[in-house]
Design a protein around this ligand. Sequence first.
Ligand SMILES: C[S@@+](CC[C@H](N)C(=O)[O-])C[C@H]1O[C@@H](n2cnc3c(N)ncnc32)[C@H](O)[C@@H]1O
Length: 200
Amino acid sequence: MQSPGSKKNPWEDHYTVKARKEHFPARSVFKLQEIQQKVNLIQKGNRVLDLGCSPGSWLMLAATLTGPAGSVVGIDLKPVTVGLPSHVRVFIADMLALPDEISEAIGSQFHVVISDMAPSTTGNKSVDAARSFDLCQAALTTAQNRLLPGGAFVCKIFQGEDSDAFIHRVKSLFNRHRIFKPQSSRKASREIYIIGLNKR
Ligand SMILES: C[S@@+](CC[C@H](N)C(=O)[O-])C[C@H]1O[C@@H](n2cnc3c(N)ncnc32)[C@H](O)[C@@H]1O
């Protein structure tokens, strides 16, 4: 029961409560979980690169899925403060201006690249979609350069006038693609996930 005078967070929903109960720092974990169930994305022993990884829910789930025989590398503008196992490394960096030394340290030969990067939203749909598109382009270029052949890619995009061009680019780099709106994604959100499988 709510304490008298306390205000309910309007964004709090079933997934927020479930994430807290399961000790994940963000409800977004359930989106990756749904993607995992749909396409069996991450396997034991995989090397995974997570772009826009803070506050760390996807890192936690990816680390469990790879197990200690695999590894997970995360990058974000912001730090990750949750406890993570030793096969996870996190770099604080801007994916739109990645310094050379971090770019080298991240490495390549990944089996999976996932991007949940999101710009700070302005409320203006076309500005937000254009910023999301820039992040998606950076994520896809990263996947192009750092994924193994046969590798997989997942990327969040805010739907806008450039989404079709982005989907087209994913299609040209991967043998199979899916467009997915997870149940756990808020209905009002314009986000969708583009999945590329079996990199050419
Ligand atoms: C929705 S959150 C990711 C949540 C994360 N998947 C999780 O489950 O904890 C989006 C993240 O993208 C990051 N981001 C936005 N622009 C970025 C950029 N240019 N470079 C790196 N990270 C960026 C933000 O700092 C933010 O932490």
